[in-house]
Design a protein around this ligand. Structure first.
Ligand SMILES: O=P(O)(O)OC[C@H]1O[C@](O)(CO)[C@@H](O)[C@@H]1O
Length: 501
């Protein structure tokens, strides 16, 4: 640890944290500041961007969300037919989806939040696959549904097509004028929001200095979560995130949770060369933590060049994946214990959101879950030797199969309980862990050029599909394999299309 702490010094991590909180343009390739911490700063904090304190702007949007969500929840804001809007469908993808889904999943079983939600429903439509539309609109009525279109750029192809499709669903049932009451937006691009037909008075803005995958504490997450759980619960979530932000900003590195986790993750991935990391919450309510952190981490640190554009001669970010325990134990843990080395983050809670204790049982249901949490880290670290197996009377033939090498790294994170506050702490901890790792690797953790090429090629395919539909003829513009598959697809495609309106 002391060598890793020296490395943090050498890599000037302290200075980089300072630059981040000072609103310097550390996202150099996009010439942007990285100020998601300002989204959870209390009113009296001063965080400047290009000489201006941004905290009042943040609180202005928060106040707007509070007023709007209170109106919708109380039934003061009604739909086109005068009915309260009890159900919310958020349309967004990537950072405009995964973070809010993670927090929603963590809060929906938390007693105080669940009570505040009552019978309200919150759903997330992300995939452009029409099956996702059908699943998310199933059982909903347009007259009681509020749609929140969430897109930082308001240009993301999947989100915009889903938004147009759901707008047609509303219009076909309630008429064009219903859009004003039933559709709102979250974006940095208010011009495009207006052009889409959503009243910009009903749009909730954020800023270029918030990266998509770091936007859950902006209106991207706060609006849907406040609609579902009430503003007070969401404000506790923000306070929790800010608590960890201040630990990151102020604590000495040997007590700084995100810095320590960032160093350990870098050690495992880059120095020891372990190419993946498992995020394993022993808490069902954290089932969407891994998919969210997967984007935060892999889109941030999955880079091939340094911030200066030089090729990197060492492995950068790791493949992040995960599932709640104990489910994962019965799925992929075999490989983790005896196959490749996969550093693990175990996350447990001391108090369950729903304690159950069956009469006559030795331990509560949650204790049973947590016994596994404690056991796994030990099993990975210590393993089981040939000698131990022989003492237990295991046959020579089976000894190699039952041996565990041990010496497999893991970190254990124990929370007092899963509340809006600790969910905020957890989120911020991982966001900053990723930043520290990027600072040490020397990459830009805040751009994402690697997602562009696929988008451009999809556009080219889209043009081809529409050309061969209208003009006929075979596709020849791609490589042999793609041409063949695309022609086969177009030839055999038969669709019973459902249209709204
Ligand atoms: O919020 P937007 O602009 O629709 O973008 C959605 C997501 O797409 C990405 O740009 C990746 O394609 C993410 O970084 C982002 O979170």
């Amino acid at each position: 640890m002391s060598l890793l702490l020296n490395l943090a010094k050498e890599a000037e991590v302290e200075e980089k944290i300072r630059q981040m909180f000072a609103g310097e343009h550390i996202n150099q390739t996009e010439n942007r500041a990285v100020l998601h911490v300002a989204l959870r700063a209390p009113k009296d904090e001063v965080i400047t961007f290009d000489g201006k304190n941004v905290v009042p702007d943040v609180h202005q949007v928060l106040e707007k969300i509070k007023v709007f969500s209170d109106k919708v929840r109380s039934g003061e804001w009604v739909g086109a037919t005068g009915k309260p809007l009890t159900d919310v469908v958020c349309i967004g993808i990537g950072g405009s989806f995964l973070g809010p889904l993670f927090v929603h999943t963590a809060l929906q079983t938390e007693p105080k939040s669940a009570e505040a939600a009552g019978n309200r429903q919150l759903r997330f439509l992300s995939n452009v696959d029409p099956v996702d539309i059908s699943l998310n609109l199933d059982g909903l009525q347009p007259e009681t549904t509020l749609v929140v279109v969430v897109s930082k750029t308001f240009t993301t192809a999947e989100t915009m097509l889903n938004a147009r499709t759901v707008r047609s669903w509303i219009i076909s049932s309630l008429g064009e004028s219903a859009v004003a009451k039933h559709m709102v937006a979250v974006s940095t691009n208010l011009k495009l929001v207006g052009e889409f037909g959503i009243n910009t008075d009903n749009a909730f803005g954020f800023w270029d200095w918030v990266g998509g995958r770091y936007s859950v504490c902006s209106a991207v997450g706060v609006l849907p979560l406040a609609l579902q759980y009430g503003f007070e619960n969401v404000s506790q979530f923000l306070q929790g995130a800010w608590d960890m932000d201040t630990c990151f900003r102020d604590a000495p590195f040997d007590e700084n949770i995100p810095v320590l986790l960032g160093l350990i993750t870098t050690w495992n991935a880059t120095f020891l060369g372990f190419s993946s990391r498992a995020i394993l919450p022993y808490c069902q309510a954290l089932s969407k933590l891994a998919p969210h952190i997967q984007q935060v981490s892999m889109e941030s640190n999955g880079k091939g060049v340094t911030i200066e554009g030089l090729p990197i001669p060492y492995p950068t970010g790791q493949i992040d994946f995960g599932e709640p325990g104990t489910n994962g134990q019965h799925s992929f843990y075999q490989l983790i214990h005896q196959g490749r080395v996969v550093p693990c983050d175990f996350i447990g809670v001391i108090k369950s959101q729903h304690p159950v204790y069956l009469k006559g049982e030795m331990v509560s249901n949650h204790d049973e879950l947590m016994c596994n949490f404690f056991a796994q880290a030990d099993a990975l670290a210590n393993g089981k030797t040939r000698e131990e197996l022989l003492t237990e009377g295991v046959s020579e033939a089976l000894v190699p199969h039952k041996t565990f090498t041990g010496n497999r790294p893991s970190s254990s994170i124990l929370l007092p309980a899963l509340t809006p506050y600790t969910v905020g702490q957890l989120l911020s901890m991982y966001e900053h862990q990723v930043a520290v790792q990027g600072f040490i690797l020397g990459v830009n953790s805040f751009d994402q050029w690697g997602v562009e090429l696929g988008k451009v090629l999809a556009l080219k395919v889209r043009k081809q599909v529409s050309k061969s539909r209208t003009e006929g003829g075979k596709v020849t513009d791609f490589n042999y394999s793609t041409n063949y598959l695309l022609n086969r697809y177009l030839q055999e495609k038969e669709e019973n299309t459902e249209t709204f309106g």
